[in-house]
Design a binder for this molecule. Sequence first.
Ligand code: COA
Length: 287
Amino acid sequence: MSKLQVPDGLETFQPEIFAGKVLFCTGGRSGIGYRIVEMMMKHGADAVIVGRDAKGVEESAAKLEASTGRNCLGAPADVRDPEQLKRAVQAAKDKYGKLDFVVCGAAGNFLAPISGLSERAFRTVIEIDLIGTYNTVKATLPLLRETRGAYVHISATLHYRGTPWQTHLGAAKAGIDALSNALAVEEGPRGVRSNVVAPGPIGSTPGMTRLNPGGQPLENLIPLGRVGQTTDIANAVMFLFSPAASWINGSVMVVDGGDAHTRAPYVPYPEAMFNPKMMTDVLKGKL
Ligand code: COA
């Protein structure tokens, strides 16, 4: 297999490995979350996708049902609102009677230097990514205890080192990693596992568009010679939910082709910090 090909999981996992299981995924309407749900459904799971855009969530759920032949419930909710999340979990319980797996995938991000970042902007990303994860865990934990289920949180690698213009996202994702570790040890004795998947640059996702607005080619900067695909992340999540990972708890699985070890900033750093026009051009994707 050439390094440009990605196995789609169907060649790797038993086709019915998740039959009878129910997945709850925040951020499942699009991008990485959508692909995780689709792959899990293609392997037998039924699903619930949660997102802010009620119409979009409905449309994605219908599309997922059509492409997989499984059931998918679209549950509109903003992860920042615990009451909306509780209603989404109740709708899941009404439809399926249980939950086995939860993916905390809802996220928001943009490039912004801290000097130009309002308190509300910082808070918004913390609330979507970190508090949203907390809210999702709180709303789903009673059901996961019943099934001895598992969590996977979608984090990042940007906080392993200082990444310029990512204070908000880095702080939120570091918090998510810490939350998952503590959850793993608190709930492990009840049979509930918690792990993190940390994606590198994944092509054709909103995150990638926002972090690399100029569309700089990244292939040659990544040790494995390509950007990731949403399928790479879905494969890792499926492994962590599979029985093969039954002793994996409190771990972070980096899925990035080795990028975190070698990554230089995608933005012209530090030049843009001292050049307002360059900064504006970068943020508009002109550089
Ligand atoms: N640079 C600096 N500040 C920004 C910004 C940017 N690019 N985008 C938004 N903000 C600020 C806003 O100005 C506002 O602060 P203010 O009131 O002090 O001006 C604050 O963030 C909240 O923005 P708002 O648009 O009201 O929030 P929202 O809840 O509608 O949107 C975002 C949340 C900003 C994260 C939005 O980008 C989003 O919804 N993204 C979802 C998709 C996504 O980011 N995917 C990538 C995942 S990695």
